[in-house]
Design a protein around this ligand. Structure first.
Ligand SMILES: Cc1cn([C@H]2C[C@H](O)[C@@H](COP(=O)(O)OP(=O)(O)O[C@H]3O[C@@H](C)C(=O)[C@@H](O)[C@H]3O)O2)c(=O)[nH]c1=O
Length: 190
């Protein structure tokens, strides 16, 4: 069985759910989740600068992160386990500015989420998971930024019942700004 790449653009323009190429046979799966050429054919000029992985326990929330100035587009895939992945449109001129969308990503479904530049990104870990990121810009620690996971304006409906309401946050993520504070600091024209 062969499944070709499939790209579905979301209503937050520029963001996509992407089904990878999968060749399944009696040995298991062959999965290709990035091809510069195929991405270009589908309108995504995604230059690859860094790839990294996180492993997380059930209940971990990695909050709504982004990188200022040196904006990073990210192709995010849950390799094993299951997560509830959230993107937030932080482009102040966008009709969907300040809107969030959530998607279940899992090792079984194999889909990637394409997170464009000027978006926030975070997730809740439903089952112990390994998540991969293919980034269009390298990491700059001093430009690393984020918004609190439980922001009162964003009102993200995290499925906390699936983790028995027990969450694990980094010290950094316990002290992030609100969306309102972030908006007060926006200087870009995008
Ligand atoms: C993200 C990142 C972190 N680091 C370092 C900084 C720190 O010492 C350690 C852990 O970093 P953090 O606590 O920021 O990791 P984490 O909270 O997992 O941050 C990630 O969250 C998700 C939601 C994203 O979208 C990612 O882009 C990234 O922001 O790794 C790098 O060296 N390179 C990187 O690209």
């Amino acid at each position: 069985m062969i499944q070709q790449f499939q790209f579905e653009e979301l209503d937050l323009k520029g963001a996509y759910i992407i089904k990878p190429f999968v060749a399944k046979d009696e040995r298991g799966d062959f999965i290709k989740d990035y091809s510069e050429e195929v991405f270009k054919e589908n309108g995504l000029d995604h230059e690859l600068k860094e790839v990294f992985y996180t492993s997380s326990e059930k209940g971990v929330i990695r909050a709504i992160h982004f990188q200022r100035v040196k904006e990073q587009a990210k192709l995010v895939r849950c390799l094993t386990g299951k997560i509830f992945d959230v993107i937030v449109d932080l482009r102040k001129t966008s009709p969907t500015f300040g809107k969030w969308r959530g998607f279940y990503l899992s090792g079984d479904r194999k889909e990637s989420l394409y997170v464009p530049e000027h978006f926030g990104h975070g997730y809740l870990v439903i089952e112990p998971s390994i998540v991969s990121y293919k980034c269009s810009e390298k990491f700059y620690g001093d430009l690393d930024d984020g918004i609190m996971w439980n922001d009162p304006d964003l009102r993200i409906s995290w499925p906390l019942d699936l983790v028995d309401n027990k969450i694990i946050l980094s010290e950094k993520d316990k002290n992030l700004q609100s969306l309102g504070e972030f908006i007060g600091k926006i200087t870009t024209s995008i």
